[in-house]
Structures are given as structure tokens and as C-alpha cells.
Design a binder for this molecule. Structure first.
Ligand code: IFM
Length: 444
């Protein structure tokens, strides 16, 4: 295998999210989020874990930026907690919450690290959930007002914006499977949330353009490679529906083409909010890049008794601690699919990484499986670039171990280990390896 060089200026980065790392969720006047409420509800998370302390990044952000500088990362993707700035989701502004992100941005710029801000990574202000949350059409205005305020305050220094993180997960895991906040089990709510997410996204993009601050804006989508288990027609149709329902087409078709994907509608039409067609012109709006999150892949079989007739089956490959099969080729397929179907101006891998069991030995973590995982996925990203995909950067999930939602602290995705008792950070072998890749801008 020869040396694989990446394009000049390629943005090698790391990613995190507010509720997963910050801790101190109610500090300095912040309002509670739905994840604060959900994790404090008995029986919702592993061992009752909450984000109350997490990685204590709220207090240690300077050290964490120093750590990123030491690793040589070029870009940092983090999210803003809406309820730190608007404790009730709208109305009164909490200047002390805003100040935290002001300081973080300045610290990053001083360290020569480019900030990529995700405006929403699942921690909706609880006060907005009380009036329907993402299932209330008014959320599109509430969200756009919040986003616009953040553009005004940080847009002089921040030039890369992501409206929403993984809207599919928010909609379905939170509103149909009940495993994430707000813990609902209602398919009608889930599809109406998808539609409102798209409306909110579009209004925020419009606000961003109107502010005329310069910079780029996009959206980050979750993806799971889904291919037919056989060449039998039923399996092929099931895999097409599954791909359109779970992956980028659900959001990119409306954004780029102004319509929901055709096969998806065969299962979703009855669940869509009445009159949704009238919003499609507004949803279709140009964005500057697409953010792709990718971790794993499965085969799909038609199974009439399964939800929506779709059953995922494994290939018998090695699995991560999440039980997800390691399938790097799927990353190539997803990237190529986005490029060929929508021809976006740019694509970023906004998350990729793996949870494996980590052991601290003499103050070190030899996480060779994570390094192998990243190496194989970087190689597929490189192959995609060779084949014409406009990939501009790659964010490893995650900078550090953190609160893995309903799994609490039981899964470690970091390239930096967190000792939760002492909050000590240990740079894992995978981070040392990543640091060399960044320095060479190439994979050996
Ligand atoms: O930790 C999550 C992140 O918040 C969203 N994408 C997937 C990651 C791993 O499950």
C-alpha cells in the first residue's frame, strides 16, 4: 500500500457535542435541556448516568484546546447548548452562557484551530418541549431566531456552521423508539419532527445568508451503509426504502430537489403532517456543504413482519463495542452516493470513529483496534477523493471519551481517554497515530 496524500488544506479535525462533554448544565443561569430532564428520569440511561459532570469541559476548555493544539488538529467541531443562551428557548438572553462560547472560540482561534459550530446537537431547551418541542410548527421560527442570534454574536470569527446534527436520530430515536430525549413512541410525531427540522434548517440558512457575514453553512446527517442481502427484487426494494428512510436522501432530497424521496413516501405518506407539500419550496435552499456521519453498515432483507418491512442483517464482520459491524467500504459508498446524487459544493465527514474497550496500562492506552478502524476509514475517504468526491475535511468522533447518551459512560469513543474520577486526560495511541497523519497530511 503506497502513501496516500490528502489535498492541500484538508481539514483534519475532532468532534464533540455540548451535553456529552461540558458538564455544569445549569451553571451561570443556563436553563435545563431535554437531555438534562431525560437523564435525570430513572431508568433512561445506563447506570443512571447524567451529563452533570461529563468531561467537565465547561471548566477545563482551555486545557482541552491546548491538548488539541498539541495533537495538531486543524479544526474542532463542537455544539452550542441553546438553553445556556436562551434558558427558556426564546426571549430573555443569558449573557453568561454566551460568554462561555465567546471565550471558547477565541481560545481556538489563538491556537490556530478552525471552529466548526453545530447549532443543535439534541439538547433542546426543556421549556420548548413543554410546548411541543420539535413537533410544534413554531419551532422553525424559535430555532431560526436562536441561530440568527448566534450568527450575530460569533459570525465575525466563526465561518463554518452546521445547522442540525443527525436529524434522523433526533426524530426517530427520540420520538418513535423512545430511547433518547424526549422519550416518545409515536411514528406520526417522528415524521412531523423530520418535516419541522427541515423547515427550521431552511429558515436558519436564510437568516445566515441575510446576515451576510461570510462563511459556509451545511447540515450533518447520520448514515449507515445499507445494501440488499440478495439480488432478489424484494430485498432490493427493501434496501432502497431503508436507505432513503435512514440515510442522507431523507434530508438531502428535500434540500436539493424540493421533494421527499419517492420510495420513502411508500412507507411514510400516511405519517406525514397534513399539507406538508406546501412547505417544500421553502425547504429547497442552497447549502455550502454536506456533513456526513458514518460508523457502520448492514445488509437489508425484506421481512413483512418487521417495521416498514425492513430487516437489517449482519455480514459477520468484526463489531465495535456498540455492536456495530466494522465496514469501511460503506463510507466510500455513502460519500460517492452523496456526490453523484446531489453534487454539493463540498462534503465533510463530520463524525467517524469507534467505541472499543480501553485499558490503562502504566498510564497509557494501547487502542490498536481504534487505530486500525480509523486507518481503514481514512483509506476509503482517500479513495473517494480520487474518484471525484469533493471531500474537504474529516472529523474524528471523538476528541475524548464522553456521555454516550442512553449508554452513559459505558462506551468510549475518544482518542483521548477520560478518567472520570479524576478528570485526567490520557492521550491514547490512536491520537498519537492521528497526530502523525495530520502532520504528514497523508496515510502511510
Ligand atoms: O455520540 C454520538 C454522537 O452524539 C452522534 N453521532 C454518533 C455518536 C456515536 O454514537
Amino acid at each position: 500500500m503506497g502513501k496516500k496524500e490528502f489535498p492541500e488544506g484538508f481539514k483534519w479535525g475532532v468532534a464533540t457535542a455540548s451535553y456529552q462533554i461540558e458538564g455544569s448544565p445549569l451553571a451561570d443561569g443556563a436553563g435545563p435541556s431535554i437531555w438534562h430532564r431525560f437523564s435525570h428520569t430513572p431508568g433512561t440511561t445506563h447506570d443512571g448516568d447524567t451529563g452533570d459532570i461529563a468531561c467537565d469541559h465547561y471548566n477545563r476548555y482551555k486545557d482541552d484546546v491546548t491538548l488539541m493544539k498539541f495533537l495538531g488538529v486543524k479544526a474542532y467541531r463542537f455544539s452550542i447548548s441553546w438553553s445556556r443562551i436562551f434558558p427558556k428557548g426564546k426571549g430573555r438572553i443569558n449573557e453568561r452562557g454566551m460568554d462561555f462560547y465567546n471565550r471558547l472560540v477565541d481560545e481556538l482561534l489563538n491556537a490556530n484551530i478552525t471552529p466548526f459550530i453545530t447549532l443543535y446537537h439534541w439538547d433542546l431547551p426543556a421549556a420548548l418541549q413543554d410546548v411541543g418541542g420539535w413537533n410544534n410548527r413554531d419551532i422553525a421560527e424559535w430555532y431560526a431566531d436562536y441561530a440568527d442570534y448566534v450568527f450575530q454574536r460569533l459570525g465575525d470569527r466563526v465561518k463554518n456552521w452546521i445547522t442540525l446534527n443527525e436529524p434522523w436520530v433526533m426524530a426517530f430515536v427520540g420520538h418513535m423508539f423512545g430511547e433518547h430525549a424526549p422519550g416518545m413512541r409515536d411514528a406520526y410525531a417522528a415524521f412531523s419532527v423530520v418535516h419541522n427540522e427541515l423547515r427550521a434548517h431552511s429558515k436558519a440558512v436564510r437568516a445566515f445568508r441575510e446576515e451576510n457575514l461570510g462563511g459556509e453553512i451545511g447540515i450533518t446527517l447520520s448514515n449507515h451503509s445499507l445494501t440488499p442481502a440478495s439480488q432478489n427484487e424484494a430485498d432490493i426494494t427493501a434496501a432502497t426504502i431503508a436507505h432513503e428512510y435512514v440515510n442522507y436522501p431523507l434530508f438531502l432530497n428535500p434540500i436539493f430537489k424540493g421533494s421527499y424521496p419517492e420510495h420513502l413516501l411508500s412507507i411514510a405518506r400516511d405519517y406525514m403532517p397534513r399539507g406538508y407539500e406546501m412547505d417544500m419550496d421553502e425547504i429547497k435552499r442552497s447549502i455550502d456543504f454536506v456533513g456526513i456521519n458514518y460508523y457502520s453498515g448492514s445488509l437489508v432483507r425484506a421481512e413483512p413482519s418487521a417495521p416498514f418491512g425492513i430487516k437489517e442483517v449482519g455480514r459477520g464482520l468484526e463489531k465495535s463495542e456498540m455492536g456495530w459491524e466494522v465496514y469501511p467500504e460503506g463510507l466510500y459508498d455513502i460519500l460517492k452516493g452523496v456526490q453523484d446524487s446531489y453534487e454539493p459544493k463540498g462534503i465533510f465527514i463530520t463524525e467517524n470513529g469507534a467505541a472499543f474497550k480501553d485499558v490503562v496500562e502504566n498510564g497509557e492506552v494501547h487502542d490498536s483496534k481504534r487505530t486500525e478502524y480509523l486507518k481503514a476509514h481514512f483509506a476509503q475517504a482517500h479513495r473517494a477523493i480520487q474518484d471525484g468526491v469533493k471531500l474537504k475535511g474529516y472529523f474524528v468522533w471523538s476528541l475524548m471519551d464522553n456521555f454516550e447518551w442512553a449508554y452513559g459512560y459505558s462506551k468510549r469513543f475518544g482518542i483521548v481517554y477520560i478518567d472520570y474520577k479524576t478528570q485526567k486526560r490520557i492521550v491514547k495511541d490512536s491520537a498519537k497515530w492521528y497526530s502523525r497523519v495530520i502532520a504528514n497530511n497523508a496515510l502511510d
